[in-house]
Design a protein around this ligand. Sequence first.
Ligand code: ARG
Length: 600
Amino acid sequence: MASVPSLASSVNQRVADALVSALPEAGAADPLLRRSDRADFQANGILALAKKAKANPRELATTVVGGIPTGGEGDVIREIEVSGPGFLNITVSDRAIIETLAARAGDDRLGVPLNPSAGTTVIDYAQPNVAKEMHVGHLRSAVIGAAMVEILEFTGEKVVRRHHIGDWGTQFGMLIQFLIEHPHELDHKAAGAEADIEVSGEEAMSNLNRLYKASRALFDSDEEFKTRARARVVDLQAGDAETLAMWQRFVDESKIYFYSVFDKLDMDIQDADVVGESGYNDMLTETCKLLEDSGVAVRSNGALCVFFDEYKGPDGNPTPLIVQKSDGGFGYAATDLSAIRDRVGGLKASTLIYVVDARQSLHFKMVFETARRAGWLNEDVQAVQLAFGTVLGKDGKPFKTREGETVRLVDLLDEAVDRATAVVREKAEKVGLSEAEIVENGRFVGIGAVKYADLSTSAARDYKFDLDQMVSLNGDTSVYLQYAYARIRSILRKAAEAGDRTPVAHPELELAPAERALGLHLDQFGELIAEAAAEHAPHKLAAYLYQLSSLFTTFYDQCPVIKPEPELVVGENRLFLCDLTARTLTKGMSLLGIRTPERL
Ligand code: ARG
């Protein structure tokens, strides 16, 4: 499929060419083109170039302008003028806008180019912990990670997903020992054929919760049980078959629960991509040996540690990364370092992304630095934590129930869907939705609202979990975008029913300001995708789509599409703009993991 050069890049090219002729010593100079309020674009780069060449900026700008053909039938640029000390204000022709958009519309990828230097990204996201309830932090990782996967894949990147679930550690000694002593605690009530996945997901988690609490209580109160539980950890690490089989039951039971939540989230997680902490067990001893032999890590009070000058505790003493504890146990760091060896050495990653809570930033800084010292990461590999902030309650404090407990993710999602369904139901009669459609749309709107709220602010920031705001029809919400999409689809259906009009691009027409504004924004889609991918910033895509809907709303207010009926070609061209807007919206939303119902 053909990628379509954006108007910005065409304009940029013309200005850059004229710059080189006017000032050959400038070489491949960047005109620094930006969208502008005064014209379509503004070029800000001439000032600095003139300064460097000791030339008069206004004179240079005037020469550049003289070297650019404008105003002709085939010219992209309609008008260009020097402004201020040496900026250029540039207006493109209406013809160029519609011709470019028509080329986009003719392409499956909407003309969005593939990244010529695409590589392989291993992305670590959606990583809950075995035998534990998922919380809002896991939601953020899953939602942001899934959006990054889609955006990167759309640019042509090869993406390997890794769900680094917490499935190993000393707590399993206690759980396994308890299960051995109470063998029926994980049995399912009715393994009936109809037990649907949601019910069994709930049941799985409540089994695990009960077992966790009971074993914890015993562990804290019964010294003999504690001793047996500790011995069980040793058996587990030694790979004792019965112990491992019990451990596997916890993992399997937890996965039933995880998948039920991911399913609710309308998210596709593949079992083959779930490679948890335990997946690196075979590498841990070697990882430690390599670190110790190379001197990257040293023994300190029996523990294997990596020291950093820059990381100190409150007492001024250095905070080391502990790779192996003094009792021989391996920790979180040993696993993450082994995972890096696997992802770079085995999976041949050029980029590693970790979608993890910002509160783990120190851990990742230390892990990455250690891997660099050990040579497992080099200049060819970029390792980044896509760190996300905390989810806050309406009161601005970390999100908790009134009793101070962590809020169960499932409850939140169910409530979001309930509220969204109510919103959908209100309009359902007018739109003529069946009960089944109301239920389905309620899910798409509710889950979309939760995802969008998470994706529409930059990941690093904390955000307030406010369902009222999330499902509001006004403002920067997914529902607003979904309604915009459904409205456009309804316009297109009406036009199709009327029969005489279809979406057709007419480059010969003069455009109204609202048509130009919408068109120019539509044209930026490819650049936006490239930016969101390179900066790992899905919120930029969300902002782009929100603006697209707003520009569409203005266009629809100011430019009649169906009634009062405009001249035939004008109507066709407007339908064409509607169609491309709808296709851009649905593509963008699907990259964010959000559905766009046809009727709402
Ligand atoms: N399971 C961890 C948690 O719940 C997140 C894992 C992050 N990934 C990693 N490679 N350490 O906090």
